[in-house]
Design a protein around this ligand. Structure first.
Ligand SMILES: Cc1cc2nc3c(=O)[nH]c(=O)nc-3n(C[C@H](O)[C@H](O)[C@H](O)COP(=O)(O)O)c2cc1C
Length: 265
């Protein structure tokens, strides 16, 4: 097969992957249907969590009371940030909660979680990591957002994972040379834990996971806009470098999206 035929086959396969499969008796049985226990809704943390300043208290409330249509006008991808500005912990907390906070459990044995974003089958197969460059009171480094620590509350807790060596250089490398992203105050990296969806939808999960991911991205961007912060989502990232820096095995969990957040220049 020549290169052109290979390319055409890949495009045909990828186009077909985007289509909804026929739902029929012939579909393979999922682990949920086999009565296997559901996977955890988040990762086990290793060190004491840091509670971010609340965004719900009047004194810290960073949210502008916009009309929804104003918010839609405000959202724009920003690629030039004020390098010396600082994010407040409350701003970061609000964005993280709007992305993946857990409002409640549902189902038998707490099999499902409800969050500010929708997710096919309420599976929410994502984890959130934060490369902090400049957030008030947080040392520079990589953090993990632990939504399972605060079910049904708007409290936001994160775990410090490690200091990033040469953070600007490392963030730029993770984002395939997109230097401007290393001027943002924080970059969120979303990873996918595919089994959380596969448990319910087996081989039909993966198309749905990608649809889910867009909802998470949109909540982050609109939340940033409501704080008068800029954001830009990125599908261009170095898979191997991101997985290595985030400490992911690349099979059961891997990077799927990155979003820069910061004060526009
Ligand atoms: C899935 C997705 C991936 C994107 N990846 C990148 C990226 O890697 N780098 C970048 O600079 N912008 C990226 N963008 C931003 C788009 O370029 C931007 O949304 C588009 O130009 C429209 O501009 P607007 O967001 O200001 O409306 C991405 C947007 C989406 C939705």
């Amino acid at each position: 097969m020549n290169n052109n035929e290979n390319l055409q086959n890949t495009i045909t396969n990828n186009r077909n992957f985007m289509k909804c499969p026929e739902f029929s008796e012939a579909m393979s049985k999922s682990d949920q249907e086999k009565n296997l226990p559901h996977p955890p809704h988040g990762k086990k943390t290793q060190s004491p969590l840091i509670d971010l300043h609340p965004f719900t208290e009047r004194a810290h409330n960073p949210i502008h009371e916009d009309s929804y249509s104003n918010l839609l006008d405000l959202r724009r991808s920003v690629r030039a940030y004020d390098k010396n500005a600082q994010l407040t912990q409350s701003q970061l907390a609000f964005i993280l909660h709007s992305a993946q906070g857990i409002q409640e459990y549902r189902g038998q044995n707490e099999a499902f979680t409800l969050r500010p974003v929708p997710s096919g089958g309420a599976r929410h197969p994502f984890e959130t990591y934060i490369a902090v460059r400049n957030v008030d009171g947080l040392p520079q480094g990589l953090y993990y957002y632990a939504p399972t620590a605060n079910i049904g509350s708007k409290k936001v807790s994160i775990e410090f994972l490690k200091t990033l060596r040469n953070p600007d250089e490392q963030i730029t490398k993770m984002l395939v040379g997109q230097k401007w992203a290393a001027t943002a105050q924080a970059v969120l990296f979303l990873s996918c834990v595919p089994y959380r969806s596969e448990w319910r939808y087996s081989e039909h999960s993966h198309r749905v996971i990608l649809i889910d991911l867009g909802h998470v991205g949109q909540n982050i961007m609109l939340s940033a806009a409501s704080l008068r912060l800029g954001s830009c989502c990125m599908a261009a990232y170095d898979q191997a470098v991101c997985d290595e820096v985030l400490g992911l095995d690349g099979t059961n969990e891997y990077t799927v999206y990155a979003i820069a957040i910061g004060k526009p220049q």
